[in-house]
Write a protein that binds this ligand. Structure first.
Ligand SMILES: CC(C)(COP(=O)(O)OP(=O)(O)OC[C@H]1O[C@@H](n2cnc3c(N)ncnc32)[C@H](O)[C@@H]1OP(=O)(O)O)[C@@H](O)C(=O)NCCC(=O)NCCS
Length: 125
């Protein structure tokens, strides 16, 4: 799906490399997932400076392929701050021929953990 070029600032923006491609020449879904995870963690950094780990990534559907050399933007927003968890939404878009293509979106939950890796209450930064 395409829409007008966004003027939002993404949490991360990446250019995908030959090593990220599958045998069809498009980008592996798992590569996009790893950047979704990273962008979500960056979003959590706006809420807290604590260590966070990913506990859940809800169903992700890829709506359009991404190709090597394209600039991919990961836009994030915080949806909920729980007792120990932070839920964020990530939207993935690629700029192609002056159009913004919606690649996918995801809902993730991160948990603040202590030095033993156990959940600990969110401390707002
Ligand atoms: C994340 C982890 C510390 C949570 O430990 P836990 O004892 O299961 O945690 P709890 O059941 O107390 O839940 C902690 C919070 O996570 C939320 N949560 C747990 N499972 C969830 C799920 N599947 N979806 C959404 N939220 C979830 C709980 O609702 C709770 O939120 P709240 O405190 O804001 O109410 C533990 O599961 C873990 O270490 N997982 C591996 C994390 C990791 O390494 N991720 C990287 C991928 S390898």
């Amino acid at each position: 799906m395409s829409k007008p070029v966004s003027n939002r600032d993404p949490s991360i923006r990446v250019v995908l490399q030959p090593k990220d491609t599958n045998s069809q020449g498009s980008i592996f879904g798992g590569i996009i997932l790893s950047y979704i995870d990273l962008a979500g963690a960056v979003e959590c950094g706006k809420t807290t400076k604590q260590k966070v780990v990913t506990v859940a990534i809800k169903e992700v559907q890829f709506k359009a392929p991404v190709f090597m050399g394209e600039i991919v933007s990961f836009y994030t927003s915080t949806k909920k701050i729980g007792t120990t968890s932070i839920s964020v939404h990530v939207e993935v878009e690629v700029l192609r021929k002056h159009e913004t293509i919606e690649v996918t979106e995801a809902d993730l939950t991160f948990v603040c953990v202590d030095e033993k890796g156990k959940p600990t209450p969110v401390v707002l930064s």
